[in-house]
Design a protein. Sequence first.
Length: 246
Amino acid sequence: MSPSEAARGHDMLLRLAAAPIHLVPSDVATFTSSSTVSTVCGSVLGMGMGGARAASSPMHSPVNWALLGLIIARPSYAYELARRFERTYEGALSLSSVSHIYTALATLRERGLVREAGGGEGASRSRRRYEATAAGLASHEEWLVAQVEEDRRRQRLLVAQLGALAGTPGRAGAVLDEYEQACIAVLAAAPLGADGTPGVTGLVARLTGEEVRQSVAAKLRWVQYARVQLRALAESQAPREPDGPA
């Protein structure tokens, strides 16, 4: 591939990366605001050096964040949390074992995101009831918003990998076809928007279904855009027939 062809391929990749995949704000809020820092720092006071070091590093485990969400919704005992976890996140997230809950709870406590609401230190692990702290509430809200940027990061990774196939448009087109079919399958499995189930369960089902429909529709539009761009790149790189004699 010549330098000029590589440059055109790079330009195409940039256009794909800028194409709308999700309807997200152009400016994502900075999550390390001074108020957040002061909240987290306040929760670290009184911890040992090991706990302080743990609290200062990002918490990446989706299980930990999902468990924190359950505790925010309703303070619970560890065993009850394990049962609610499996029921709430079935198909999306799973525990390796029931003991995974205790490991996650220990991490949340060490970071100052949850605390024991009753039973005291002398109670057995199964009788300790956990509730979220103010720092836990704030951190959970920030993590939810940060998923916008996390989604965008994953999409940029997808586009970059598709760009790696730009030199073989046929293969890139085949990948787009499979990606499109996968999107359609996800759309077909989405919960119906008219779900009349009352309460939080029904609300989650309706929000999930609508999020899937809107996000997949955006992905399908992007697939069409990517096809046009790949076709244009392939045509620009095709060898030209030499001009005939004058």
